[in-house]
Design a protein. Structure first.
Length: 338
């Protein structure tokens, strides 16, 4: 199958591209490069031994999407293209509704027009809102505590309506928990523009001396050490989950399926700092900062449905997450020095 990856040059998209090629699929990346780098495509070629085409375009451009789908004869789409910083979404909600919700609607229209009705959507555990119980399973009520989460929830509801109206669609909604880590090669990993919004690249940059200290947003949550607890999943495990989900929906007769992609294990921010220091033999100075709007105290998955229905479970532990993140950071520093 040939698969179009929107946001395919980004952190998760690039790892999924590598996993798909390894599984025997053909891949085309569609990306506006707003938070990624075209040089990733060269590194993907080094990893896969395959030239992966990059179409530079925006998901709000229906004509560009239709051209990409038709020109490359795509049979499915995996949709990563979206803005994802909670704090930024609180400050600039219209930007998030425009890109995430309008962009997805434009993508669905383009897919319909081109007769492509197989879609894997990159959703988020933020759709569970303030947890009523833990671990979070797929039956947990949905809500949202910030604009970013609301865009994901709106998209999920839109996809449910599309699937209900037309049973020819095959849609998988994947609710990610917290992807971290990097490819074993060290060639691709999480390298956001500007100051990172996610924890692991922030830790890595502090450890490398690129940033002075880590900001820990809140230490008065109802958690063992007062800092937020999250379910961190290695990005390569996450990528393998996409391959499993895509293959599942092409074989089953369900228009819409939803799976958590997580480990079932929660770690606090300070747990992550301690593990990174221990595994990599570095120091990560930090300071306590005020809580961020929209954050919850604890959030971790029940991954049982994915294990049962996809035959997928996360295999890489916290030490591997920390080691691969640091390997990528050091290789990135080497490339920048060159």
């Amino acid at each position: 199958m040939k698969i179009l990856l929107t946001g395919g040059a980004g952190y998760i998209g690039s790892h999924v591209a590598a996993a798909l090629v390894s599984a025997g699929h053909e891949v085309v990346c569609f990306d506006n490069l707003s938070n990624s780098d075209a040089a990733v495509m060269d590194r993907l070629e080094a990893i896969t031994g395959t030239v992966i085409p990059l179409v530079q375009g925006d998901i709000r451009d229906g004509d560009a999407l239709r051209a990409a789908l038709n020109d490359h004869a795509a049979g499915a789409v995996i949709h990563f293209a979206g803005l994802k910083a909670v704090g930024e979404s609180v400050a600039e909600p219209m930007k998030y509704y425009d890109n995430n919700v309008r962009g997805t609607l434009t993508l669905l229209e383009a897919m319909r027009d081109c007769g492509v009705k197989t879609l894997v959507f990159s959703s988020s555990a933020t759709v569970y809102g303030e947890p009523r119980y833990l671990p979070l399973d797929e039956e947990h009520p949905t809500s949202a505590t910030n604009p970013y989460g609301r865009t994901k929830l709106m998209i999920e509801e839109m996809l449910a309506d599309v699937a209900a109206a037309d049973g020819d669609w095959r849609i998988a909604t994947l609710r990610y928990f917290n992807p971290v880590g990097a490819h074993d090669s060290g060639l691709i990993g999480e390298n956001p523009n500007g100051v990172p919004n996610n924890l692991m690249p922030f830790i890595s940059r502090v450890a490398a001396g690129r940033l002075n200290e880590l900001s820990v947003f809140g230490n008065d949550y109802d958690t063992p050490d007062g800092t937020g607890v999250r379910d961190y999943i290695h990005v390569v495990d996450l990528a393998d989950g996409h391959v499993a989900a895509l293959e599942a929906i092409t074989k089953n007769d369900q228009p819409l399926s939803t799976w958590n992609l997580g480990t079932g294990q929660g770690y606090s921010v300070l747990d992550m700092v301690e593990a990174f220091e221990r595994v990599n033999g570095v120091r990560v100075p930090y300071r306590i900062a005020p809580r961020r709007d929209g954050d919850v105290a604890s959030c971790f998955a029940s991954p049982e449905r994915a294990a049962r229905e996809l035959g997928w479970t996360a295999e890489r532990g916290l030490d591997t997450m920390c080691a691969s993140s640091w390997r990528f950071e050091r290789m990135l520093a080497t490339r920048n020095a060159d």
